[in-house]
Design a protein around this ligand. Structure first.
Ligand code: CS2
Ligand code: MG
Length: 402
């Protein structure tokens, strides 16, 4: 079997997605997600100009060799664009292998380690009452794990709160939105949010929260310590993780669990965090961390240190990633939780999928491969529509971490 075509499909059914389709001489094809929110065309060009031509004629079954060829062969290793492009190829090749063998991806990896995958939903509100109402709705839908994000009094804008009733989407069209941020106002407020959740709903659900890189290590330590009575499942991205040893300071002060990694693209971004057990969950994804071939290396390394997976699953990772991630989650022995933000209706139509949602858990289905396809004719009706992630500024104007 040989690869005869590799096409990059850019579409915007409710939001932008980039998909790679790899076609073999026997007509079998596989698809992979190559979406990098706000930098979609960089990955599309990397694939079109520098990767797809090098795939033609290769045996799609040599997944590992192609991964190593694209990683080492680039010379300029790592980085979100390179690793997202490699991930898309990898996902497509594993999809082909499943179709050729007639096996769902999770069985190719080693079979199911659980019956279904626990996912967490997103309760957001402009204030505590509204956020609590959304939290209640998620409990009614059967979610066992719920992330809560809320507006902060006297702060003009805030991370993670849906602008309407639809799926949370941070990227904005027509330019870069400038949001403001005050750590002081946030740290004064957010413990009250968690107290309100526990007062109204008790401790029967896993409570998650995303600090989205906004704090310094000592501020993160202060927050972790302050919220220990509310027993969070995790605080996510408490501080930027370029300086992995900074997390030692957080660990010295608090037992609140930490999740990091959605912006990571290789094992090197999290090696110290894992081997020093500075985190409890690794959030790296199939799409941005080199696909199944690399993410399972990260997960296996993490399992040596009792660090569990908590894959990123925002709506800006495509339904292709969602489907493949559910296979990965069903297999991976050190599974923690899977994020599930949902998708615009148009996206679910462009990407037919086998996965099922059932009261806070999901299953990838048992069709061969990862179980997600792309309707190219429908995708062509949604042209790329440039959109950028916001930036955050402190109230004195300093450019901060969004
Ligand atoms: C967030 C994301 O889901 C999360 O944990 O951090 O919504 C993130 O802001 C987006 O994926 C960025 O594109
Ligand atoms: Mg996050």
């Amino acid at each position: 079997m040989k690869i005869v075509r590799a096409d990059v499909i850019v579409t915007c059914p409710g939001r932008n997605f980039v998909t790679l389709k790899v076609v073999t001489d026997e007509g079998v094809y596989g698809i992979g997600d190559a979406t990098l929110n706000g930098r979609e065309l960089a990955v599309a060009a990397y694939l079109k100009e520098h990767v797809c031509p090098l795939l033609i004629g290769r045996d799609p079954g040599r997944i590992e060799d192609i991964w190593q060829f694209l990683y080492k062969g680039a010379y300029w290793r790592r980085g979100p664009v390179t690793m997202t492009a490699i991930a898309a190829v990898d996902m497509a090749l594993w999809d082909i292998l499943g179709k050729v063998t007639g096996m769902p991806l999770y069985k190719l990896l080693g079979g199911a380690s659980r019956d279904s995958v626990m996912v967490y939903g997103h309760a957001t509100g402009r204030d505590i009452p509204e956020a609590l109402d959304r939290y209640a709705e998620h409990i009614d839908q059967g979610y066992q794990a719920i992330r809560i994000q809320c507006g902060v009094p006297n702060m003009r804008s805030v991370y993670g709160v849906s602008k309407g009733n639809g799926v949370y989407e941070p990227a904005t069209k027509g330019g870069v939105e400038e949001q403001s941020w005050s750590t002081e106002k946030y740290l004064d407020f957010v413990p009250k949010l968690f107290e309100a959740v526990r007062d109204r709903f008790g401790f029967g659900t896993h409570l998650l929260h995303d600090a989205h890189h906004r704090l310094t290590p000592i501020e993160a330590a202060r927050l972790g310590k302050a919220v220990e009575p509310y027993r969070l499942f995790w605080i996510e991205d408490p501080t930027p993780a370029e300086n992995q040893e900074g997390f030692r300071l957080i660990r010295e002060h608090t037992v609140t669990p930490i999740a990091v990694g959605e912006v990571f693209n290789s094992i090197w971004d999290c090696k110290q965090l894992i081997e020093e057990q500075l985190i409890d969950y690794i959030r790296a994804t199939l799409t941005h961390a080199g696909g199944i071939t690399h993410l399972r290396r990260i997960a296996d390394f993490a399992s040596l240190y009792q660090v569990r997976t908590g894959c990123h699953g925002a709506s800006d990772l495509s339904p292709v990633c969602m489907g493949a991630a559910l296979h990965f989650d069903l297999w991976v022995p050190n599974f923690g939780v899977q994020e599930y933000m949902g998708f615009p209706e148009a996206a679910l139509e462009v990407f037919p999928h086998a996965w099922q949602f059932d009261r806070g858990t999901m299953h990838p289905g048992d069709v061969p491969g990862h179980g997600v396809d792309i309707d190219e004719a429908l995708a062509a009706r949604y042209p790329y529509d440039p959109a950028y992630l916001p930036v955050a500024r402190l109230e004195d104007g300093t450019l901060w971490n969004w």
